[in-house]
Design a protein around this ligand. Structure first.
Ligand SMILES: Cc1cc2nc3c(=O)[nH]c(=O)nc-3n(C[C@H](O)[C@H](O)[C@H](O)COP(=O)(O)OP(=O)(O)OC[C@H]3O[C@@H](n4cnc5c(N)ncnc54)[C@H](O)[C@@H]3O)c2cc1C
Ligand code: FES
Length: 1339
């Protein structure tokens, strides 16, 4: 049977493929992250190869997180009869290539570029101008989400509120989102420009200073040639060949039937195999990470019956075809109107993210829910709304019953809002959802939909329930379910406190999570909270509602007590307003603010908020990351196989256990046995005194997640598939002592790493005497902090290319290329000069690529060395999470001033630096006397490396926990404890020695009180008090914390050369991770060489890397800049005499080109290199900051909302305030993730069980502070520093919210972090509703 060809357009170019593996995704064929070589990249990808031999990557094995938004593209469809074009944002890692037949795809490269005639698109330029791209890895996806909103807005004007939601599902780990939101808002028709943050377009805002935008920015999303082809096919009278596949290859075929009849005939026909898959949006691939392959894929989306929305008024129902997307269903329901349909639509818009909803079908979702254990929202809310489904049974021959049914449609009844009769009744419908993030791609812990008809009670007023549907889902049952016992009990009853109490108790019998459900008690308790809210609302419907509140004597209005589930903070008229469900405003908050205090032009352009070097090409997809480098000929791909059982002897790694097709044979399995003689089993190690990490486990894995070897195959897909299915065969049981799985065991067995004396913190004062003299003593307390996964958007990756004479060139995404070079050389037994490591830019590091990138590069180099072929590797998110986690801290704190913090891991990595870092931050207060004993425990858990602010985050948290603990013990306000223990300059010197600097440098008291003023702390404290007095189910807390952070500078090299044409090459030892290093370096070089320039003269720069240690610790930019300044000064010193001589001779101005030309003539050395070695007070100094945060807690669900955060940071004289503000905001938001949402879990054997975006929740645009004010203070006193600057570690947030806990409150309030919804709800009391109702009844 001859297949048709697959035809589509990418960025306006036509592609026709006759042979395609139907499991190929759009990402693997044209993704914005690869190949990024300008607008013609897609053409390059396909041209030059006969289409039959194009090898494309298949679904199921991609490095992407599926749900992160980095690969969003615009998919456009043309409807020939109406001539309309539909433009949708879609996730290209979930979209199958065959499903874009006759569609057009636009990537960020198609919007504009540095090369195209139109230049960059206004979106690219605004991203750069608003400083909204740091590492840039997420930026192409962000651009396309914005573009999609704009293209659709050209059909209806975009508002600020819509603009913000455009990026609701896009993850960015660097920026903290605020500048991205500014870009979105800048395109809205109703934007107030004054509300937009720091940017490089204006000092005084006017619209015409923004890069102008109109109607898609001149981009046509659907090319005429494709329209013509589609129109011509309509005229073509040749009969369709129903069985014909759109595309096929030797691994399977793709069918797209246009009627149910055609579908049946395809199913009846003899296909190339029996394994068949129905496909609608294919987004289930993002949920189940399916690796199975099928012989035939049948696309359901062209079958009219499955794609229609029927009914509506006056039919009495709306029927939605199974293949209709969730987005389309939401629009249709909203258009239909009525309370039930509108609320369903609102809820549907919280499912996944827009770029998922646009292709995810209603039917696909329900089928996933029907098959069980999928926490579907759609199933629950449709169940609550009384939906019925239409199913075609048994159309798949011999298939198991659940897979053998075709879901045709869902029918939703139209509910009359009120009904006559004896007593007039009202219809009330609500949906609820408790999820880690409200909008950004997070499935619910529990969801619900309640529909009731209530009539007025006869005697006392209030409401009587006439009929009721209560649907609950995602709570840990197999399916969404109705709470039948509760429904029966309530029907016919009045709604009052007594009934509510009975109902809540009864609910626990109806809603019973299955054994092993995570957070089971939380889910049930949140479900009870939903029902309680609903019942309060019912009680109000007929004028009742006094029972609970009046008895409780609260001032709270019903609106507040019941309204906040659906309330949202909306951004309108330039002000943030809390808007309740009815739309009335309750309070107004001013817009977010960024301020730079005391900036100066003294060192121009140093100190200016210039935009980041390369930001536009990051936005347009032209920036080249390691994975964008085209594979050399003969390139192989690697994937790690890791052990899952610590210390259990490994007999072998069995790769034969494969069900994969024959094309997926491994080329080799590289293990410890392949290390050449003279080489060493070494995979990482940052300092010789800390010790090394083995590259591979040999006879056993020391910890679950330790690599045992590397599968090498022809494609990344094949390597990943084989590695994932590889079987590690264990032999017998552990022979020696059992693995150490906790710090307690490690201490007991004295399994500890050494901390070198120079990294041991010093004690302060006489601790024993201080304790003896203390009136009150806390003798022991414990704090447990977990790990944080880096979640850099670019996972670990490397490409190793063997060169002549046993040389190896390795492209590595690394924060320490020099160390990588050394480890590779040691592993291969080569001199270091044989190995060249190249790092151009890194797609996010946060410390995770300081050490943990090295084993990836080393494994590639070893395989390439052995096989004499290039080998590359790009870790999938799951493997990256299992192998490489962030800091792990298990701190126990004994006594208010005697710490014994402990950390754990199998190898030391960077852990020996933790004592010094923790103690540095811990010394933020004057504790009087302090004694510390740190233990770094050697356990059989995965090695954990340093993550942004390693130790400082933990030290800050411990210090604040001590303050709160003391406050609890003394029953005083923690603020009073903070004030009493705030450092004076004398105490600072006692605790920090020379790092304290000179008295004028001690700006903490000023910064601390400044934020009190700018955050209006005193007024808002009063408001919080008032709010808490008036509200029972929402509480607010406000907290004010100082930050003190010692940082150290390291020796750093630089080389500056002026080339023959006058252009300048600057070489620095630091790596560009998104932190703006290149930008600052370029500014510094321009400043330092500017002494040689005439006014208005400009230089062109190129910045490259020389081997220069590790890029970490927040000071690499600063020290690199200083090294560059010294090298430039050297050049200035050499050139200035010549310049003066020439000026004298010429008597007029002298151009740079002439000066350089003359310098060459007289043999001036135009290259200067240096090693900047910080001296004296410049080696270690302290940064100061302060923050105020206000948080609201929903006591019924445990949801938290950060209403406002004010940060002030003394950055000395900032080298680039825009870059520094971005670092501060980004770090703060990363800290929010650590403290509020990111759960990095492992099983009892230590194997990490969180696998990706699905279960690891980093902050999104809807979880950042609603009002986010940051002030950069330029104290300018630091004469010993680089042009008076300071490093910006951008302290991640400590404990900055205060408790509102269960009753009776515990003597000491202990908040475990991350403070996820279940953790917070537990502190509020799982049974707080019952206790409240019981109390109400007793009064
Ligand atoms: C990142 C992400 C976040 C998500 N968040 C949520 C969330 O918060 N809440 C929620 O409810 N869901 C969520 N989902 C799930 C999402 O809604 C479903 O993946 C989607 O609706 C499935 O539809 P689809 O068209 O992509 O199905 P497909 O992936 O194409 O198919 C799914 C399964 O159903 C079968 N199938 C599809 N249509 C039919 C039919 N008509 N008859 C018989 N079998 C059929 C397919 O063979 C396949 O086995 C999320 C998904 C992702 C990827
Ligand atoms: S800029 Fe968004 S992930 Fe780095």
């Amino acid at each position: 049977m001859k297949a048709q060809s697959l035809v589509f357009a990418i960025n306006g170019e036509r592609f026709e493929l006759a042979s395609v593996d139907p499991a190929t995704t759009l990402l693997s064929s044209c993704g914005p992250r690869r190949p990024t070589r300008g607008p013609s990249s897609a053409a390059e990808m396909f041209s030059g190869f006969p289409s039959s031999i194009v090898i494309l990557q298949s679904a199921g094995f991609l490095p992407f997180s599926r749900g992160c938004g980095a690969c969003v593209v615009l998919l456009s469809k043309y409807e020939p009869l109406s001539g309309e074009i539909e433009d949708l944002s879609v996730s290209s890692c979930l979209t199958l290539l065959c499903s874009v037949h006759l569609c057009s795809v636009t990537t960020t490269e198609g919007l504009g570029s540095s090369k195209g005639s139109g230049g960059f698109h206004p979106i690219h330029r605004r991203i750069a101008g608003f400083h909204a791209s740091q590492c840039g890895f997420c930026t192409p996806g962000v651009c396309m989400s914005i573009f999609s909103a704009l293209v659709n807005a050209d059909k209806a004007p975009l508002t600020v509120a819509e603009a913000e939601k455009a990026v609701a599902g896009n993850l960015c780990r660097c920026t903290g989102y605020r500048p991205i939101v500014d870009v979105c808002k800048s395109f809205a028709g109703d934007v107030d420009l004054e509300d937009l943050g720091l940017n490089s377009f204006w000092r005084v805002a006017t619209v015409d200073m923004l890069p102008s935008y109109s109607l898609g920015g001149g981009i046509g999303t659907f090319p005429d040639f494709l329209k013509a082809e589609i129109n011509a096919s309509l005229l073509d009278s040749a009969p369709e060949i129903p069985q014909s596949a759109i595309a096929s290859s030797f691994v399977g075929s793709w069918y797209a039937p246009k009627s149910l009849g055609e579908l049946h005939s395809i199913l009846r026909s003899e296909g190339p195999g029996n394994r068949l898959k129905l496909v609608a949006g294919n987004t289930a691939a993002g949920v189940y990470k399916e690796v199975d392959r099928y012989d035939r894929y049948v696309d359901l989306r062209l079958i009219p019956e499955l794609n229609e929305i029927r009914g509506g008024d006056p039919a009495g129902f709306v029927e939605i075809g199974a293949a209709v997307s969730i987005s389309r269903a939401a629009v249709a329901l909203e258009r239909e109107g009525g309370a039930v349909f509108c609320k369903l639509a609102t809820h549907l818009r919280k499912v996944a993210a827009e770029f998922v909803r646009n292709t995810a079908s209603i039917g696909g979702n329900l089928v996933m829910a029907q098959r069980g254990k999928f926490p579907s929202d759609v199933a629950t809310i449709f169940l609550g709304a009384g939906a019925s489904v239409s199913i075609e049974v048994g159309f798949l021959r011999d298939a198991p019953i659940d897979a053998g049914k075709l879901l045709l449609s869902v029918r939703l009844p139209s509910w009359a809002e009120s009904a006559g009769g004896e007593r007039k009744s009202k219809l009330v419908f609500e949906t609820f959802r408790a999820a880690p993030r409200e909008l950004g791609n997070a499935v619910a812990y529990v969801n619900a939909a309640f529909l009731a008809r209530v009539a007025a009670g006869e005697a006392s007023g209030g409401s009587v329930v006439e009929s009721l549907r209560l649907a609950f889902g995602a709570y840990g049952g197999r399916h969404a379910t109705r709470a039948k016992k509760v429904e029966e009990f309530l029907t016919g009853k009045p709604v009052n406190s007594g009934v509510m109490l009975e109902v809540i108790r009864l609910l626990r019998e109806d809603i019973s999570p299955e054994e092993g459900t995570d957070h089971a008690a939380y889910r049930v308790s949140a479900a009870a909270g939903f029902l309680f809210k609903f019942l309060l609302q019912l009680e109000e419907e007929h004028g009742g509602g006094g029972s609970v509140r009046a008895v409780a004597g609260e001032k709270e209005t019903l609106l507040l007590s019941t309204g906040f589930q659906n309330e949202h903070i909306s951004f309108s008229n330039g002000e943030v307003s809390a808007v309740d469900r009815s739309g009335s405003q309750r309070e107004k908050l001013p817009p977010s603010r960024q301020a730079i205090e005391g900036s100066s032009t003294e060192y121009h352009p140093v100190g200016q908020a210039v935009k980041k070097v390369g930001a536009e090409i990051q936005a347009s997809g032209e920036a080249v990351y390691v994975d964008d480098i085209p594979s050399p000929i003969g390139c192989l791909h690697g994937a790690f196989v890791y052990g899952t059982r610590p210390l259990v002897p490994v007999k072998e790694v069995n790769l034969k256990n494969q069900t994969a097709a024959a094309t997926e044979e491994p080329v080799a399995f590289i293990s410890v046995r392949d290390i050449p003689s003279g080489g060493k089993n070494i995979g990482a190690g940052i300092m010789a005194i800390f010790g090394d990490d083995p590259l591979f486990g040999s006879s056993c894995a020391d910890y679950a997640g330790q690599p045992l070897g590397l599968v090498v195959a022809e494609t990344q897909r094949a390597a990943n598939a084989i590695a994932r299915k590889a079987e590690v065969v264990y032999e017998g049981e552990i022979t020696g002592p059992p693995p150490i799985m906790s710090v307690e065991e490690a201490v007991e067995r004295n399994s500890l790493f050494d901390v070198p004396p120079f990294l041991q913190p010093t004690s302060v004062g006489d601790f024993d005497q201080a304790m003896e003299e203390a009136d009150r003593k806390i003798l022991s307390a414990q704090i447990v902090l977990g790990s944080q996964y880096y979640f850099y958007m670019e996972t670990q990756t490397a490409l190793a290319v063997p060169d002549e004479d046993d040389c190896m060139v390795v492209y590595s995404s690394s924060q320490s290329p020099e160390r990588t070079q050394k480890i590779i050389a040691q592993c291969l037994g080569l001199p270091q000069h044989n190995v060249r490591v190249i790092t151009r830019r890194v797609g996010g590091g946060f410390g995770g690529k300081a050490v943990r990138s090295i084993p990836v590069a080393t494994a590639c180099a070893l395989a390439a060395f052995k096989l004499r072929r290039p080998v590359r590797m790009y870790l999938d998110r799951k493997t990256d999470m299992v192998l490489f986690g962030g800091v792990q801290g298990d701190g126990e704190d004994h006594g208010a001033a005697n710490g014994d913090p402990r950390r754990r891991g199998a190898t030391p990595d960077l852990s020996p630096i933790m004592p010094l870092n923790i103690s540095g931050a811990l010394k933020k207060y004057d504790w009087g006397a302090l004694s510390m004993d740190f233990k770094i425990c050697k356990t059989n858990r995965p090695t954990r490396s340093a993550m942004r602010g390693p130790g400082e985050v933990q030290g800050t948290f411990i210090a604040e926990a001590v303050v709160e603990h003391v406050a609890d013990e003394l029953a005083v306000d923690p603020e009073a404890v903070r004030e009493v223990n705030m450092h004076t300059f004398d105490s600072l010197r006692r605790f920090h020695g020379p790092s304290a600097g000179d008295p004028p440098e001690f700006t903490l008291p000023a910064v601390f009180s400044r934020v009190v003023a700018t955050a209006e702390l005193r007024r808002r404290r009063e408001e919080v008090r008032r709010f808490n007095g008036e509200n029972r189910w929402r509480k607010r807390g406000i907290s004010h914390v100082p930050i003190l952070q010692p940082v150290s500078l390291r020796p750093t090299p630089a080389k500056v050369g002026v080339l023959g044409d006058g252009s300048v090459v600057v070489e620095v030892g630091g790596v560009e991770l998104g932190q703006g290093l290149w930008t600052k370096v370029a500014q510094m070089a321009a400043y330092a060489l500017g002494h040689l320039l005439d006014e208005g003269g400009a230089l062109t720069f190129s910045i490259v890397l020389i081997q220069g240690g590790i890029t970490a610790g927040s000071t690499t930019s600063e020290s690199s800049c200083e090294a560059v300044r010294i090298a430039c000064n050297e050049l200035v010193a050499r050139l200035m005499p010549l310049k003066n001589r020439l000026l004298e001779q010429l008597g007029s101005s002298l151009t740079w080109d002439l000066l350089i030309g003359q310098a060459a003539m007289v043999s001036v050395n135009l290259s200067a290199s240096t090693l900047f070695c910080p001296q004296g007070q410049a080696v270690r100094y302290i940064n100061y900051g302060a923050a105020v945060s206000e948080v609201e807690v929903d006591l019924l669900t445990g949801a938290t909302k950060i209403l406002r955060s004010d940060l002030a940071y003394d950055g000395g004289r900032s080298l680039n305030p825009a870059v520094d503000l971005g670092q501060i905001e980004g770090a703060f938001v990363q800290g929010l993730g650590f403290f509020m949402s990111e759960e990095y879990l492992s099983n009892s054997e230590g194997l990490v069980t969180t696998e990706g975006t699905w279960d690891y929740k980093i902050p999104t645009v809807d979880t950042i502070p609603k009002q986010f004010n940051v002030e950069l203070i330029s104290s300018g006193h630091h004469q010993h520093r680089v042009l008076s600057s300071k490093g910006r570690r951008s302290e991640r947030r400590g404990r900055s919210w205060r408790r509102w806990g269960a009753e009776p409150p515990p003597a000491v309030f202990q908040l475990d972090v991350p403070a996820t919804m279940p953790v917070v709800k537990k502190l509020c009391g799982y049974d707080n509703v019952e206790r409240h109702l019981e109390a109400a009844l007793c009064r």
